[in-house]
Structures are given as structure tokens and as C-alpha cells.
Write a protein that binds this ligand. Structure first.
Ligand code: AMP
Length: 217
């Protein structure tokens, strides 16, 4: 099964992707995490995308499609995968379609987690993350330990450089301008399911499970 999680930054895609990964044993592919690892490693790609990401803009379709093409060829993706942060534009969605055509593409499900903008801004400006293991914290719901050492691995808990209110507003604008069109795109293809992202993390996950375990498109 190929699962696409759609939703604005901060809607809960990463949190839910991790739970789906544990429950269904298919890998989470977060393009944001892949790019952040390149930036951290100061690779050529990382140097190219650093300022684009810091400005809350989208990296080019060509680069993103190449990254996904390479990643989904890995053996752990054979039974399926969860896409978190890809596709973000119509050309990315079209390229993905070609890449997964050889698979049982009847098993593609697209889940939109919807959350209003003001809630997104509140969530993201309070979001913190461990720079070593990627564990998510939120000062409102699940604050990091007072010494900012990750409770899982002891790494530094930081604020992502693109999680400031100013950049979040730009990322939301990118979402509305370029990514929201994918909701229509997949609806027309009869692949889209919607989940209310204002519910508790557990309830959102239960709704996702119901969708995944339902037969049909
Ligand atoms: P995320 O962690 O998914 O919010 O992604 C962080 C940043 O990485 C985004 O604001 C973009 O700059 C870049 N990015 C991640 N995925 C994509 C994508 N599919 N297309 C273009 N840019 C992306």
C-alpha cells in the first residue's frame, strides 16, 4: 500500500506517519527529514536547499522527484510506504504516479489531515524537535524536558530554523498556493479521504486506521 499524507505543515503528518509505520510495518518517507539530513551533513544538495528551506519556499520539483525515485527503490519500500511531505505540487504527483505505476497502484490512499491556519501557527511556533533522533515535542502539549535534553536519546532539543512564526506564514502560503490543489487532484481520482486534525492524536490515528482497513480505492 502507498499512503500519502496531505496537510499543512504542523497538521500532524509526521506524528501520524510514525504511528502508521509502527502499526503496519511500512517505512515513513519524510522529504523534509531527508533534506534536513542533507543540510546537516553539508552535502552539495544540502548547501543548495538550505536557504530555500529557511525561507519557507519549496525545493524544485526535479530535485524532489529524484530524491523520491531513489528512495522508493530501496528494498524496505517493496511492500509499500508512507509519504509525508511529498507530493507538494501537481508535477510531483504526476511523477509519483509514473513511479508507482508498476506497483499495485490500486492500493494508493491519500489522507488529508485538515487543521485551520491559526491553530497551525500556534502549534508550529511551539514545536521543538530533537536534533539527534527527531523526537517531536510541543511546548503546549508535550513540553521538552527543562534542560532541553531529549528524553529518548539525550540529544539537544531545538526549534527548527523554519518553525518561526514568520516562516510558518510563508510555508502556509506555499501550501495554499501549490499543495492544496492536490486535494482536488486526488478527489477527482477517487483516492482522497479526509480526517479532522483538531481531534486528539489517538482519535486522528483511529480515523486513519478505519480508512486504511476499509476495502476499495
Ligand atoms: P517539512 O518538514 O515537510 O515541513 O519540509 C520542510 C521544508 O523542506 C519545506 O518547507 C520545503 O522547503 C522542503 N520540502 C520538503 N518536501 C518538499 C517537497 N515535496 N517539495 C518541495 N519542497 C519540499
Amino acid at each position: 500500500m502507498v499512503i500519502i499524507l496531505l496537510g499543512a505543515p504542523g497538521a500532524g503528518k509526521g506524528t501520524q506517519a510514525k504511528r502508521i509505520m509502527q502499526e503496519y510495518r511500512i517505512p515513513q518517507i519524510s522529504t523534509g527529514d531527508i533534506l534536513r539530513a542533507e543540510v546537516e551533513a553539508q552535502s552539495d544538495l544540502g548547501k543548495l536547499v538550505k536557504s530555500i528551506m529557511e525561507q519557507g519556499q519549496l525545493v524544485s520539483d526535479d530535485i524532489m522527484i529524484q530524491i523520491i525515485e531513489k528512495r522508493i527503490q530501496q528494498p524496505d519500500c517493496r511492500k509499500g510506504f508512507i509519504l509525508d511531505g511529498f507530493p507538494r505540487t501537481i508535477p510531483q504527483a504526476q511523477a509519483l504516479e509514473e513511479l508507482i505505476q508498476k506497483r499495485d497502484s490500486g492500493r494508493l490512499k491519500v489522507i488529508e489531515i485538515s487543521v485551520p491556519d491559526e491553530e497551525i501557527i500556534k502549534r508550529i511556533s511551539n514545536r521543538r524537535v530533537c536534533r539527534v533522533c527527531g523526537k517531536d515535542y510541543n511546548r503546549l502539549f508535550h513540553p521538552p524536558p527543562p534542560d532541553n535534553r531529549c528524553e529518548v536519546c539525550g540529544g539537544d532539543v531545538i526549534q527548527r530554523s523554519d518553525d518561526t512564526e514568520e516562516t510558518v506564514r510563508k510555508r502556509l502560503a506555499e501550501y495554499r498556493n501549490k499543495t492544496a490543489a492536490l486535494v482536488d487532484y486526488y478527489e477527482k481520482k477517487n483516492r482522497l479521504y479526509r480526517v479532522n486534525g483538531l481531534q486528539s492524536i489517538d482519535q486522528v490515528f483511529r480515523d486513519i486506521q478505519t480508512i486504511l482497513e476499509r476495502n476499495g480505492p
